[in-house]
Design a protein around this ligand. Structure first.
Ligand code: AMP
Length: 251
């Protein structure tokens, strides 16, 4: 596996392979089986696979959340080597934001709902960094998890709106045995918090109304940010201590 951090060098290297299919998996690292499933799928469907690891500060509305975001770069790199990934892209903030974030990609409708309501500027940070990464890597296919469905839909919308030459591939949510969606943030949960976290997917999948689910979550110590159904999908976000968990299920 070759590693690059400079966007121009990464771009130049990949331009040597314009006759090959390139699959791209953007991540913030601290890998779990959810990430691995996206990378495996990219391996199956492309001749060259590029994975990026970049904890994108512009999508964090909360400094503590950014500072506490888990990191396991050495383990991540050995996973990528074992999976025979071709390229790892690990830019710094200065590499990716030579403009210091004066240029932004903003969606003005769905990005203001659900997570966007409490996380000011979150999706503008996400869309901006994804646009930058796609412009550098120029993959034929880019892989995103259904776990972050609002993000997935917004990225798909951006690609359509800006006539970008990439196919967005949606990959199903990988879950623990008790139903909890895998997330890098799960490793920040204390043991007792981890136990009750399973109630979150269980209730999302239940026959109860959104309001009843929110009430029951709150009663059990999962502080509800929102439980809302849009287009046949029930979305939810809860806090367990300082850790914010999101999930969504098809009804
Ligand atoms: P992250 O590193 O959290 O930004 O996630 C990188 C990619 O992995 C995103 O496209 C996520 O939607 C996806 N992802 C995260 N958790 C899961 C999961 N449990 N199952 C499937 N994909 C996931």
């Amino acid at each position: 596996m070759k590693t690059f951090s400079d966007p121009a060098e990464m771009k130049r290297e990949l331009q040597r392979h314009t006759n090959m299919s390139i699959g791209f998996v953007p991540t913030m690292g601290a890998f779990h089986q959810g990430h691995i499933s996206l990378i495996e799928r990219a391996k199956e469907e492309n001749q060259i696979v590029v994975v990026s690891i970049f904890v994108n500060p512009t999508q964090f509305d909360n400094k503590d959340d950014l500072n506490n975001y888990p990191s396991s770069l050495e383990d991540d790199i050995s996973f990528l080597n074992k999976m025979n990934v071709d390229y790892l892209f690990t830019p710094s903030y200065a590499d990716l934001y030579p403009d210091n974030y004066v240029y932004k990609v903003e969606e003005t409708s769905f990005s203001k709902e659900l997570c966007g309501r409490s996380r000011d500027g979150h999706f503008t940070g996400v869309l901006t960094v994804v646009m930058k990464l796609l412009n550098i890597i120029q993959p034929g296919k880019a892989y995103f998890g259904e776990k972050d469905r609002q993000q997935l839909l917004l990225v798909q919308g951006m690609v359509d709106a800006f006539f970008m030459d990439v196919k967005v591939i949606a990959s199903p949510t990988v879950r623990e045995k008790d139903g909890l969606a895998l997330s890098s943030r799960n490793r920040l949960l204390k043991e007792d918090e981890r136990q009750i976290a399973a109630l979150f997917p269980k209730l999302l999948n239940s026959e109860k109304s959104d309001a009843e689910i929110a009430e029951e979550l709150n009663r059990n110590g999962l502080k509800t940010d929102y439980i809302e159904t849009h287009g046949g999908i029930r979305y939810g976000a809860v806090f367990l201590g300082n850790v914010r968990l999101i999930d969504n299920v098809k009804l």
